[in-house]
Design a protein around this ligand. Structure first.
Ligand code: NAD
Length: 495
């Protein structure tokens, strides 16, 4: 597969993707499409120093002017949406409309951040002391290290970068070693935007190519004020303590084991479509993919056979081809993990439909449905593949308890037209996840809301709402505009 024209269109110099010891393969057919050179320790350190230096000047640029850079980045993304979306599909295997959708998400967060650049609001606070006023201000934080996963190779970066840039921070980005090309392309688009902007400091943002060790080096560097890491819970378990040891700040976006409940009053057609998209779409390789489904006993025998039939007809194949809805798994390891999970489900007496490998050079599989009588064993784990575990339930409280019983807490949903059930699901005793939806699946979030999850999902929030506060330093300020010095709480200290 030739990607040279795409990379040229995106402005990437060919020495960056034609040389080096690290082979980049496309999951479409497993073939090598590029070679890149990983950064060594000295190069990583230099990029971090560069980001630190750039921060010294970037933090002084007024926030609305910083927003102008993000606006220009959004323009570059609009102009190159097709090329970048296609590259996303080639590099990580999601279908083209999702590749394009990922770039659209980048454009959306840029628009959001441009507005935000004039709304980094603080507070004024009433002081108990006469002649004093207090306020809370938000200041730029410092260089931000972004570590990202293969499955959203560019959108996750943009959620972080668009906010960090308007907040006055600089960036060092280590993308997944499986998707370095899209990162190089985005770096090139940001450089073009910076040129048009005029006076952006050099080193404002750089890309570090490498694997786990490169990520560890960023996590350990005390000049990285915030490490925003997206990936598996295993990775977060390592990164979290590393950053904590040096009292750095961390934002973790880790694994999910997302559930859905199909209640008796659900619109069955709507629920069916939503379940298919969120469980089988992106070949089950979204952090928010639907992995567990609780179907009410009274509708189970109608709904589940229909679901299985719909699964059989899902078009699986080349993600660049129109009409394909399910692309390949990222690599052979992912395929092995899927087969292993299905074997374990069968040992637990699951009735499995689908899951077999399909013909073709890449790792193509028929999405699987595994019906289980108990919520035990393999169902408690996140297997990053299209496996949907389906179970019966009789009362909503039990279904919610089982939904919440896993260690992860990212996304969740209920299909119901009963307002009491819907509101119970969204109440303090309902879903314990960071995201809870009614009558839509758990995946496919918009950028306007804060994105992230609880428990072993890491607790971080990115993207919309007030997630920007993670990228800034909060400062409480007190000004005495009188000539007296009254102390708080009536304390006396007269000399
Ligand atoms: P991964 O954990 O293997 O790798 C993610 C990134 O972390 C890569 O860049 C990798 O090089 C780096 N890394 C791995 N170990 C590291 C370490 N010890 N120190 C520093 N960096 C390290 O994940 P993946 O296979 O690329 O992605 C799939 C996982 O990501 C799934 O678990 C999925 O749920 C999760 N994910 C979560 C979100 C979210 O927002 N919650 C979004 C996308 C993906």
């Amino acid at each position: 597969m030739k990607i040279t024209d795409l990379m040229y269109d995106l402005g990437v110099e060919d020495r960056l993707f034609t040389q080096g010891p690290l082979a980049v393969a496309t999951p479409i057919d497993g073939s090598e499409i590029a070679r890149v050179a990983p950064d060594d320790d000295a190069e990583i350190d230099a990029k971090i120093r560069f980001a630190e230096k750039a921060f010294q000047s970037w933090r002084k640029v007024p926030a609305p002017r910083r927003g102008e850079l993000v606006r220009l980045l959004g323009e570059e993304l609009r102009a190159h949406k097709n090329a970048l979306g296609r590259l996303v599909t080639i590099e990580c295997g999601k279908i083209l409309s999702e590749g394009l959708g990922e770039v659209q998400e980048m454009i959306d967060i840029c628009d959001f951040a441009v507005g935000l650049s004039r709304q980094l609001y603080g507070l004024t606070i009433a002081s108990e002391r006469p002649g004093h006023h207090m306020r809370e201000s938000w200041q730029p934080l410092g260089p931000v290290g972004v570590i990202s996963a293969f499955n959203f190779p560019v959108a996750v970066w943009s959620w972080n970068a668009a906010l960090a840039l308007v907040c006055g921070d600089t960036l060092v980005w280590k993308p997944s070693e499986k998707t370095p090309l899209t990162a190089l392309a985005v770096q090139s688009l940001l450089e073009r935007a910076a040129q048009k902007f005029g006076d952006a400091p050099e080193g404002l943002m750089s890309v570090v190519i490498g694997g786990r060790e490169a990520g560890e080096r960023i996590a350990d560097d005390k000049n990285i004020a915030l490490v925003s890491a997206t990936g598996s819970t295993r990775m977060g378990r390592d990164v979290g303590p590393r950053v904590a040891r040096r009292f750095g700040r961390v934002l973790l976006e880790l694994g999910g084991n997302n559930a859905g409940i199909v209640a008796p009053s659900a619109d069955p057609d709507l629920a069916l479509r939503a379940v298919c998209f969120s469980a089988a779409g992106t070949a089950g390789q979204r952090c928010t993919s639907l992995r567990r489904l609780f179907v009410h006993d009274s509708i189970y025998d109608d709904f589940v056979p229909r679901l299985k039939a719909a699964y059989q007809s899902l078009p699986v194949g080349d993600p660049l081809k129109e009409g394909t809805l399910v692309g390949p798994l990222i690599d052979k390891d992912a395929l092995e993990r899927m087969q292993d999970a299905l074997a374990r489900a069968k040992e637990q007496s699951a009735a499995v439909a689908g899951g077999e490998r399909l013909e073709g050079e890449g790792c193509y599989v028929r999405p699987a449905i595994a019906e289980l009588s108990d919520h035990e064993g393999v169902v408690n784990e996140e297997t990053f593949a299209p496996i949907l575990y389906v179970m019966r339930y009789e009362n909503l409280e039990d279904a919610i308890a089982l939904q919440n019983s896993v260690t992860q807490g990212l996304s969740s949903c209920i299909f119901t037209r009963d307002v009491l059930e819907a509101e119970t699901f969204l109440s303090a005793t309902g879903s314990d996840c960071g995201i809870a939806n009614v009558n839509i699946g758990p995946s496919g979030a918009e950028i306007g809301g804060a994105f992230g999850g609880e428990k072993e999902t890491g607790g971080g929030r990115e993207s919309g709402s007030d997630a920007w506060k993670a990228y800034m330093r909060r400062q409480t300020q007190t000004v005495n505009y009188s000539t007296a010095l009254p102390l708080a709480q009536g304390v006396k200290f007269d000399i």
